[in-house]
Ligand binder design. Structure first.
Ligand code: HEC
Length: 133
């Protein structure tokens, strides 16, 4: 009887080990969602991580927190103006050949939002407000 219990016990254990492999398999089988945004941010600076992340972290967080960047949105021109202003008044150095890369990064990740929460109304038929109630 004892042996039978051990045998049953080990069959149960073997079976549950096989089951344990399944979830990992299921994750591999999942289709990537094409629409999902795969944006990773650095846990310390909050900056979006992409190929030029380290350049921006190196050049743009020496004087102030990266939060000044992450809370801003501007067009490429807007970012260029901010850089010119910091160069003129705040002691920011010449960014040289890094400048276009920095502007690409900033306008890509902290650019102007293309869409608001909804498109503005068009073709609205307005009516006159009457004075008398
Ligand atoms: C030499 C120092 C220095 C460096 C390097 C520097 N900044 Fe600044 N930046 C400043 C100062 C000073 C301010 C004003 C801070 C304040 O108002 O508290 C500022 C302000 C800003 C602001 C806020 C502007 C506004 O109008 O509110 C942004 C955005 C910014 N910096 C982005 C950047 C970016 C992007 C880089 C990298 C290219 C960078 N900074 C590198 C000194 C620097």
């Amino acid at each position: 009887m004892k042996r039978l219990m051990v045998l049953i016990g080990s069959i149960v254990i073997m079976f549950s080990c096989q089951q344990a492999d399944k979830p990992a398999q299921a994750v591999e089988d999942m289709e990537p969602d094409e629409n999902a945004e795969r944006i990773q941010t650095d846990s310390i600076s909050g900056l979006v991580i992409d190929e030029n992340f380290e350049l921006i972290r190196g050049q743009c967080t020496a004087c102030h927190s990266a939060m000044l960047i992450t809370q801003n949105n501007a067009s490429r021109d807007g970012w260029e103006q901010m850089i010119r202003w910091m160069q003129k008044d705040q002691g920011l150095w010449d960014l040289g050949e890094n400048e276009p890369k920095i502007l690409d990064y900033l306008s890509k990740h902290y650019g102007l939002k293309k869409k608001g929460r909804r498109a503005p109304l068009t073709d609205v038929e307005w009516y006159e407000l009457k004075d008398e109630l």
